[in-house]
Design a protein around this ligand. Structure first.
Ligand SMILES: *Cc1c(COP(=O)(O)O)cnc(C)c1O
Length: 343
């Protein structure tokens, strides 16, 4: 059995969190003279530090208990909190499967944590044989699994992920930023079974609120309590809480949008596959396509000149560019632009 408290940094276990005015009095009605706010205006009050209304809505939509939900200022804040709660600077390590999302590495550097990188195999899957000997390292605190993975676009094998969760004595963070675009199952419900599991999702992709900066972590209440101790007290603004809440009341519209994007992805895949500059369009469980082309630098730069911005991943996966599925009109412009490129 994983002992969460033993994995947490000693200073975090011991620390007394900042106690804000809204921690002491939780009611909504009253004459508020406790937080030195300006009594005038519409946005004059500090936000709810625990985003209770938003969490209630998330709880309903996701079918997961309120006490299993943490809201962050984007997934990026949650990634950083994982480091600050569990990883001792200069001592501890994390495990990633590369190529993957860049923020794990950035947060590791900021927190002075060593990153162990295991390359994904040729089908962009986890090489379990290479993982197994590492999992018993006492200083290995976090394993990040991005599924669907950015930039490869595919989900990791379910059984491989579950094997890692059930054998690792540290924390497994599954980043499901793109899960709504995937037909494969989420690990969300598994947080009730595995105390060392953190599942992250976000409002930034399928929910269409990247500018709002709201990310979600689903995990056991003990880990959430440590996140709450370490996070800035008012990490989600009132405006952003409202925007996220409002979006959750429009689940049908979101589902329709996701279906449309998935259809457009299929069309775009067809079109790209037919082109002579395309070597391969990789399978995608997300809202983007990883495309291997004849010369990624040239394709990328030519597109930029035509005012179309894609992501050149040549440095990470030879001759690959990552293309986010756009509106139908945007996808057509992209395809037409690609047709003008001579290699
Ligand atoms: C886009 C993305 C996110 C979203 O991060 P936010 O901070 O919630 O906007 C998280 N993880 C991955 C892998 C992503 O590609």
């Amino acid at each position: 059995m994983v002992n969460i408290k033993e994995l947490v940094r000693e200073n975090v276990v011991k620390l007394t969190p900042y106690s804000c005015a809204r921690d002491e009095f939780k009611g909504k009605e009253g004459i508020f003279m406790d937080a030195n706010e300006n009594p005038y205006g519409a946005l004059n009050r500090y936000p709810d530090p625990y985003q209770t209304e938003l969490k209630k809505a998330v709880s309903e939509v996701k079918g997961i208990a309120l006490e299993n939900i943490f809201i962050g200022n984007g997934s990026d804040e949650i990634i950083d909190l994982c480091f600050r709660v569990f990883c001792r600077p200069g001592i501890d390590k994390i495990l990633t499967f590369t190529p993957t999302y860049g923020m794990y590495e950035v947060s590791a550097s900021v927190n002075d944590i060593e990153v162990i990188r295991i390359p994904l195999n040729s089908s962009f899957q986890i090489n379990l044989q290479k993982v197994k000997p590492l999992l018993s390292d006492r200083n290995l605190k976090l394993t990040f699994i991005c599924s669907p993975n950015n930039p490869t676009g595919n989900c990791m094998n379910y059984a491989d992920i579950e094997h890692i969760i059930s054998t690792f004595r540290g924390i497994v963070v599954i980043d499901e930023a793109y899960i709504d675009f995937s037909d494969k199952p989420s690990f969300l419900k598994m947080v009730e079974k595995y105390p060392n599991l953190i599942v992250m999702q976000t409002f930034s992709k399928a929910l269409g609120l990247a500018s709002v900066r709201v990310g979600m972590a689903f995990t056991n209440p003990q880990i959430i309590q440590y996140f709450n101790k370490v996070k800035p007290p008012y990490n989600i603004s009132t405006i952003n809480q409202r925007a996220a809440l409002n979006k959750l009341s429009k689940t049908e519209k979101v589902k329709k949008q996701v279906r449309r994007i998935k259809m457009e992805k299929a069309i775009l895949r067809e079109k790209l596959s037919e082109m002579s500059l395309t070597d391969k369009v990789f399978p995608s469980d997300s809202n983007f396509l990883l495309v291997k082309v004849k010369n990624a630098d040239l394709v990328y730069n030519s597109l930029v000149k035509m005012n179309i911005i894609t992501r050149n991943r040549n440095q990470v996966i030879k001759d690959c560019i990552r293309i986010t599925v756009g509106k139908p009109s945007e996808n057509k412009l992209l395809v037409n632009a690609l047709k003008t490129i001579k290699i």
